[in-house]
Write a new protein. Structure first.
Length: 277
């Protein structure tokens, strides 16, 4: 069942848990995530990041994501993740995406506001929810290190940003990073609680792979309602594909092995994300 970002976040708010938002740049990822969500009977978000365009063109993977969501036996939001190009966002909305994330976090504050307002206006006729980001994680989407290191989100500036833009969800920076962690992340979860209090919005954890179950739980207690998850699931799929390739005769055997491993990893993540507070 296809639902909007706003609708799925209301479910998370009512239950006191976080929705898993899984990047799905191929059919194996889509099936791994949806099969697991249906097994657990939980709502879920299928995400597509602009940086995955080369591996999975939006015009190709987008309709597959939307159709899969429509046919799913659980509520599913189809979401555009880390979009820095408004024209690309327009394409996703036209394809049926029900949530979009505009990432202007590297821009000056006023320019971020202007572009986020454009994203909000663009999404409105489609009924799609809008997520935006303020602050800067320790690494960029795709794993590259951020220039100058992390910039933690200022709670007062976050509140101003929400007032200035009218967004539906906010992604703050509080110590997570995209990609694979080289060491245990040190999260400022007290900052999350303050941002939640000052903004009143559902908050989003970017760089959600590799965080400890204890930190996930505390983050949810402090207002995180959406957790972006991909790197560790994709790594599990790659490891399974390598192991299988040595003995496999056909590619579909490798693909199925990767899908099965990603489903196991997604299941372990969902077990934590959907624990009700």
């Amino acid at each position: 069942m296809l639902v909007t970002l706003k609708e799925i976040l209301k479910m998370a708010e009512a239950g006191g848990y976080a929705i898993g938002a899984f990047n799905t740049p191929n059919l194996e990822c889509i099936r791994a995530v949806l099969d697991t969500a249906e097994k657990r009977q939980v709502p879920v978000i299928l995400s597509h990041a602009e940086l995955h365009e080369e591996a999975a063109p939006l015009e190709v993977i987008g309709p597959v994501m939307v159709l899969s969501a429509q046919r799913a036996r659980v509520p599913v939001c189809v979401h555009l993740d880390h979009c820095e190009t408004l024209a690309y966002m327009e394409k996703a909305l036209a394809l049926g995406f029900t949530g979009v994330m505009y990432d202007g976090s590297l821009l000056p504050y006023e320019e971020n506001v202007v572009n986020t307002l454009r994203a909000v206006a663009m999404a409105a006729p489609y009924g799609a929810g809008v997520e935006a980001e303020i602050g800067q994680l320790a690494s960029r989407e795709g794993g590259g290190e951020a220039a100058g290191g992390p910039v933690y989100t200022d709670p007062d500036l976050a509140a101003r940003f929400v007032r200035d833009t009218g967004i539906d969800a906010l992604a703050p920076s509080f110590g997570t990073a995209h990609g694979i962690y080289k060491e245990k992340p040190r999260l400022d979860l007290d900052r999350v609680a303050v941002i939640r209090e000052k903004t009143g919005l559902p908050l989003v954890m970017h760089g959600g792979s590799g965080v400890s179950p204890e930190d996930y739980r505390r983050a949810m207690e402090n207002g995180i309602r959406k957790i972006n998850y991909y790197s560790y699931m994709a790594r599990a799929g790659a490891a399974a594909a390598r192991d299988c390739a040595a003995e496999a005769t056909f590619f579909h055997e490798v693909a199925l092995a990767a899908q099965t491993a990603m489903a196991r990893d997604a299941d372990a993540a969902m077990q934590v994300f959907y624990q009700k507070g």
